[in-house]
Design a protein around this ligand. Structure first.
Ligand SMILES: Nc1ncnc2c1ncn2[C@@H]1O[C@H](COP(=O)(O)OP(=O)(O)O)[C@@H](O)[C@H]1O
Ligand SMILES: [Mg+2]
Length: 427
């Protein structure tokens, strides 16, 4: 009686897949070929390694069944060539080896094979192995597509991050320019007052001089009038002189501040002086408010550090107190600056008695672009710039505390060199 074999089947997804069988004696495989074809696979054959390689290049099979023992180049060499060729290297290779040859099985894997079947070939086994490796191949393919997509996405993201960093840098730069603009505007405004007085008293001096001229032309000089005119001239000259001095002082402090803000240069400076310069710059912003600024800083404290950095930090803190803490200067209150030397560190406690910062925002104020004032043109970069200057440029720390309705306290701490050190270093 003939054994009844069930019709072989293969998953529909593999129907029409191409199997290349490379074997020098294909008649041996006749039955297997029929069986695989019946299952829905497409079979092509090659009689030796070289032909097999060529057919693989042109027919692009999905999988290869490769005999080990062949005249000419053997199965291992054929496999090496397939794996060395970009057009065929991805095609999985299953070796067909003699049943008892363990060495060949191991070598097959070493040559890049994914599996082996032993001769004589068992139909069901070969179909099962082909199915398994075709599935693996499909999975690998879609995995590669996913990896490709992910790599692409990753590249795009990296570029976006780089673009964002660039934009952020530009914004930080323009915020710095804006603060420089404020500085110039502040000084120009400050200069106006003493120069206005000088113009006024200079014309007064002119009038008094004309008066004296006039008196001298008369036959009888009124001594009282002469003395009074001279007294006026004296007073006018004093007023002119003191205001010219004030203007000169402003100009030199402006020069210092402008240079410091643009140069990032380390120099020795009097902390008190830099603080006062900064407050002077902002004077016109504070003068019509009821905000009192108190500075407690040892007069003689002279350090070697970055004065421009300190000015920028203070400008941001003061403007924030004015805008956020005291509602654009509509509310009254005070700002306190306490500066101390702590070993070779400068410690600055900055506090205001303004509105304070809500607990949920306190952790965010140093983040770039965080602002509660966007509608009014806040950039959210001020505290971020402060944080960066302090932690990166000055290698220090800044912390913020606040009680809503009571104000804020910033603790700033950074290393400085003292003048004594500088002298020692310069020796
Ligand atoms: N002294 C302060 N009082 C109250 N809130 C403050 C103070 N300083 C900073 N803030 C809060 O921190 C936020 C971030 O400040 P900042 O980075 O300078 O950005 P901006 O001033 O452009 O809003 C402000 O929007 C504000 O909510
Ligand atoms: Mg600000």
């Amino acid at each position: 009686m003939m054994a009844v074999t069930a019709t072989p089947t293969i998953a529909t997804s593999f129907k029409g897949y191409i199997v290349l069988i490379i074997d020098d004696n294909p008649t041996n495989l006749g039955v297997v070929v029929d069986y695989l074809e019946e299952s829905g696979l497409k079979i092509i054959t090659a009689k030796n390694g070289e032909m097999g390689h060529k057919r693989a290049q042109f027919a692009k099979p999905d999988i290869i069944l490769l005999d080990v023992m062949m005249p000419g180049i053997d199965g291992f060499e054929t496999c090496l060539r397939l794996k060395a060729d970009d057009t065929t290297k991805e095609i999985p290779v299953i070796f067909m080896t003699a049943l008892d040859n363990t060495e060949d099985k191991v070598k097959g894997f070493e040559m890049g094979g994914v599996d082996y079947v032993t001769k004589p070939i068992q139909h069901e086994e070969v179909l099962a192995r082909l199915t398994t490796h075709l599935s693996i191949r499909n999975l690998t393919k879609s995995l590669n597509v996913k990896i490709e997509e992910l790599t692409q996405t990753h590249q795009e993201l990296t570029k976006n991050v780089a673009d964002l960093k660039q934009t952020r840098q530009e914004l930080v730069q323009s915020e710095k320019m804006a603060s420089l603009g404020r500085l110039v505007a502040g000084f120009a405004h400050e200069l106006n007052t003493p120069l206005g007085v000088v113009v006024g008293s200079a014309s007064l001096l002119q009038l008094e001089a004309q008066k004296i001229n006039h008196l001298m032309e008369q036959e009888e000089v009124e001594e009282d009038e002469l003395l009074s005119a001279i007294k006026n001239i004296d007073e006018g000259a004093n007023l002119t002189l003191s205001n010219i001095k004030r203007a000169a002082h402003l100009v030199s402090s402006f020069k210092r501040t402008a240079v410091d803000q643009t140069s990032d240069e380390v120099r020795s400076f009097q902390v008190h002086e830099v603080i006062n310069d900064t407050i002077t710059t902002l004077h016109n912003r504070f003068k019509n408010t009821h905000i009192e600024i108190q500075v407690d800083c040892p007069n003689e404290l002279k350090v070697v550090s970055l004065p421009g950095a300190l000015e920028q930090i203070l400008t941001n803190l003061l403007m924030n107190s004015l805008i956020h803490g005291f509602d654009e200067g509509q509310n009254a209150g005070s700002i306190n600056l306490n500066v101390q030397l702590d070993g070779d560190h400068l410690h600055i406690e900055y506090s205001d008695t303004g509105k304070g910062i809500a607990q949920e925002n306190l952790g965010k104020i140093f983040e770039p672009f965080f602002t509660t004032h966007r509608a009014h043109g806040g950039s959210g970069l001020g505290m971020y710039i402060c944080y960066n200057i302090i932690t990166t440029q000055l290698q220090g720390t800044i912390t913020a505390e606040s009680t809503l309705g009571k104000g804020v306290v910033f603790q700033i701490d950074y290393p400085i060199a003292l003048i004594a050190d500088e002298k020692i270093n310069n020796k």
